[in-house]
Design a protein around this ligand. Structure first.
Ligand SMILES: [Zn+2]
Length: 274
């Protein structure tokens, strides 16, 4: 008989740590995506180089977080500082993957939301940089996320805990949020772009797959966060009405609130009125 090496909790802690390490590596790749996709460059080749002097990084200069610390935040060739954003993206992706695994366990749901989280980090920073949400990232996600969440739905349905309703709910939610942003983009073209509309369909799918609470809280949080921060930027003169603050990052941040706390927030909101 094979002895039980790990009980449930230690297995979960171990899986969470592994997810965090995987997140660091994926985060390192996201830095490449964030830099190259808006420039129309390949994310596979050539290998990573210093953006200032072109020095090609050897493997030990490209280890997430550790290299940044070991190199004391400077390029080995030109000695110019390495942007703090690189280690921060790696760290954020690592933390996000660990949180997702802890939250959802070893499931297709965790895989779907880790994927979506990685996409969210890349899209948020690209939108901040160039005010675009590239189709080359958003459109493939319309296949990846439904396939992963569809697989989980089938597993759950087989286990008898639910039917295929989460998938239908996801489709209704995707169409609703897409339509809402589509109308907003027509009524208020300065505030929303078609990129936001396409992202809304994807986020609507993932959020409503979890439930109506996550969809409502996720959508509402986007406007709350975006409104508050835009207001602060306008009031402090750090942005003007014309400078066009991108909305994508707030949609993504709001969706994260919806995924993590949507169910709890929505049920406590409903309790106030019952
Ligand atoms: Zn350099």
């Amino acid at each position: 008989m094979i002895p039980e090496l790990l009980d449930g909790t230690s297995a979960r802690i171990l899986a969470t740590i592994l997810a965090g390490v995987l997140g660091l590596v994926i985060g390192s790749f996201l830095n490449v995506v964030i830099w190259r996709v808006p420039r129309g460059e390949s994310v596979v080749s050539p290998s990573s180089a210093c953006p200032r002097c072109g020095h090609t990084l050897s493997w030990w200069e490209n280890v997430p977080l550790i290299s940044w610390v070991a190199l004391r935040a400077r390029c080995r060739a030109c000695r110019l500082p390495i942007n703090l954003r690189y280690p921060l993206v790696e760290l954020a992706t690592g933390v996000l993957f660990a949180l997702v695994l802890w939250h959802f366990g070893v499931t297709f749901t965790a895989l779907a939301f880790a994927y979506l989280g990685a996409v969210a980090i890349a899209l948020a920073l690209i939108d901040l940089d160039v005010h675009r949400l590239p189709d080359s990232i958003v459109l493939p996600s319309y296949i990846v996320v439904p396939v992963l969440l569809g697989a989980q739905t089938l597993i759950d349905a087989h286990a008898g805990s639910s039917e295929l309703w989460p998938l239908w709910r996801a489709l209704i939610g995707a169409a609703s949020l897409f339509a809402f942003y589509f109308v907003a983009a027509i009524v208020y073209p300065g505030g929303m772009g078609l990129g936001d509309v396409k992202l809304a369909g994807l986020l609507g799918f993932a959020l409503s797959w979890l439930g109506w609470g996550p969809l409502i809280i996720g959508a509402f949080s986007a406007f709350l966060l975006g409104g508050v921060f835009s207001g602060v930027l306008l009031l402090t003169g750090r942005a003007s009405r014309k400078s066009g603050i991108p909305f994508g990052p707030w949609m993504l941040a709001g969706a994260m609130v919806g995924v993590m706390w949507g169910r709890a927030l929505w049920s406590s909101y409903l309790q106030i009125f019952t």
